[in-house]
Design a protein around this ligand. Structure first.
Ligand SMILES: [Zn+2]
Length: 303
């Protein structure tokens, strides 16, 4: 919306997948953990694993997220409940990959906003165990999000670009901290508030980007390619059925060469391959960072 264009901020905050684990070893930056806690996605999922929150932002991708698309404690909440710090997000709202899409990818940005101390534009934050201001309630005009350049609003679940729910100013329905799913901006005021959180010791947010902690997480220089890895949710298929292969290598792979073991190859990063003959095959992925090739093999078969 033209009214908000001058208020839209380049937040200058960059998130990078960790390259080293808390022991200093090179690491893909993610775990795959099978647990009933990841089916429900409440706070208990954080008991499964939590890397030190002064060096890492922990994100939990789950089947459900306690009935929400995602949830995250704000720094003042996490300061007294450090065991609950981190972002929980439903798998089909995680970025624009896998089961999610561009439309739903705004949810992780929204939760990162909470993690960095932003309220919803109508006030409050929806976290299991905490009081919540329901979106769209007329009384929300009486609450503030502690940011001056986001006009008062009752909050929206639909992208009503002509909304003006509390005063004469338009509602910022395209703000990441509304629920309208047409989000495309944070304001300058929200940027200042997030930078304030990143410079505050509350919940250790000011530790996340110190030079020594970036170094500990392996983020102080270019990524080092140390392992090729094939990801494949299924390795058995019928003849003619597509098998999905994923590059799970870490980190900094630039070139990909897949040999499917049936005389065919691909240079795509995440290829889909149907086998046309019945048999057992050795699938090999060779990745390079421009110089050193790293191979990894796995079996696949058709039945
Ligand atoms: Zn929220």
């Amino acid at each position: 919306m033209p009214f908000f264009k001058p208020r839209a901020a380049d937040c200058k905050i960059h998130f990078i997948l960790a390259h080293r684990d808390p022991s200093g070893n090179y690491h893909p930056g993610y775990h795959r953990i099978r647990s009933s806690a990841s089916l429900t996605g409440g706070h208990e999922v954080k008991d499964l694993i939590q890397w030190p929150r002064d060096k890492y932002l922990n994100i939990y991708v789950c089947r459900d997220a306690a009935g929400l698309a995602g949830h995250a404690l704000m720094p003042f909440q996490a300061d007294t409940l450090p065991q609950w710090d981190g972002i929980v997000i439903r798998h089909d709202y995680y970025c624009n990959i896998g089961t999610s899409n561009d439309f739903k990818s705004v949810v992780l940005t929204h939760e990162a906003g909470h993690f960095l101390n932003l309220f919803h534009v109508w006030g409050g934050n929806k976290v299991p165990g905490f009081y919540y201001l329901p979106v769209g309630h007329p009384n929300n005009c009486n609450y503030d999000d502690a940011v001056a350049d986001t006009p008062p609003t009752i909050g929206w679940t639909a992208c009503n670009l002509s909304a003006s729910s509390c005063d004469s100013l338009p509602d910022n329905v395209q703000n990441f901290m509304d629920y309208a799913y047409c989000a495309r901006m944070f304001t300058e005021g929200q940027k200042q508030r997030m930078h304030g959180a990143l410079n505050s010791p509350v919940a250790g947010r000011n530790q996340l980007w110190t030079a020594s902690n970036l170094q500990a997480a392996g983020l102080d220089g270019p990524a080092t390619l140390c392992e090729a890895r094939i990801g494949a949710p299924r390795t058995v298929a019928c003849v003619g059925e597509a098998l999905h292969f994923y590059d799970d290598s870490y980190h900094g792979a630039l070139n990909f060469l897949w040999d499917f073991g049936d005389g065919t190859t691909s240079s795509e990063r995440h290829p889909i391959h149907p086998y046309t003959q019945r048999g057992t095959y050795d699938v090999t992925l060779t990745v390079t960072d421009g110089t050193t090739p790293h191979p990894h093999s796995r079996g696949a078969r058709t039945c």
